[in-house]
Design a protein around this ligand. Structure first.
Ligand SMILES: N[C@@H](CCC(=O)N[C@@H](CS)C(=O)NCC(=O)O)C(=O)O
Length: 231
């Protein structure tokens, strides 16, 4: 009988190098480019919302001279527009609402969102009446429009908004901070410049709305560092 030769002991196979970790799937951050004229006006609520969301954005100010060259390339021939990763959005209120959704500044149900939208639409309605005066070139028409604005339109809208601020405890809707507050306060410099007065003078609860918004750290920092402009 032949001698059974035991097989050599199995040596422990060398440890395989660890499988490479799968590349983490990171979505590149959205790039934001806001295009408007070099003023606050309709773009300022958008800037407030971008700052509140803590995102960096390119802020492009088109001069009056340059505007005719690019007007026709804009979705509805107007500014502001916000480009997000190259996709272009227009209509300032729609843009604000979109940004508010990313920042938890919406209502918590359809009724609350209706409340917010109603305030924003009322502020926008007032803004359009102010603009109709502000952009008018004819001196007589301008004077007539200003008289109506100062004596009727302004007290009416500010009175109604003051009531909203009383009801909502220093905010304009839902009893807490929403994008309606940032929208309104973002437009205040434009209103004050156009009407040459502090439109909140006689409205203490609207002054509180303003204080509440300006006390937000991101907005406060923006106000300190934003470029100077007339309105
Ligand atoms: N409803 C639009 C209004 C935009 C608008 O009126 N834009 C003005 C400047 S505030 C404009 O682009 N004017 C130049 C033009 O119409 O050629 C919005 O809210 O974005």
């Amino acid at each position: 009988m032949s001698e059974i030769i035991a097989p050599p002991p199995l040596s422990t196979p060398p440890a395989l190098p660890p499988a490479p970790e799968p590349e983490p799937k990171t979505t590149p951050p959205t790039t934001y480019k806001l295009t408007y004229f070099p003023v606050k006006a309709l773009a300022e609520p958008i800037r407030f919302l971008l700052r509140y969301a803590g995102v960096e954005f390119e802020d492009v100010g088109i001069t009056k001279e340059h505007w005719p060259e690019i007007k026709n390339s804009m979705p509805f021939g107007q500014l502001p527009v916000l480009e997000m990763n190259g996709k272009i959005a227009h209509q300032s209120i729609a843009i604000c609402r979109y940004l508010a959704k990313q920042s938890n500044l919406m209502g918590t149900n359809d009724w609350e969102n209706l409340e917010i939208d109603s305030i924003v639409d009322s502020v926008s309605e007032f803004r359009q009446k102010v603009s109709a005066y502000f952009i008018e070139k004819d001196g007589e028409i301008r004077a007539a429009r200003k008289k109506v604005l100062v004596e009727e339109t302004l007290p009416f809208y500010m009175g109604k908004l003051e009531e909203a601020a009383i009801k909502n405890n220093g905010y304009l809707a839902c009893g807490r901070l929403t994008w309606a507050d940032l929208f309104f306060v973002g437009l205040l410099d434009y209103f004050n410049a156009a009407l040459e007065t502090d439109i909140l003078n006689e409205h203490p609860r609207l002054q509180e709305v303003k204080r509440n918004v300006l006390a937000l750290p991101a907005i406060n920092e923006w106000i300190q560092t934003r470029p100077e402009s007339d309105y």
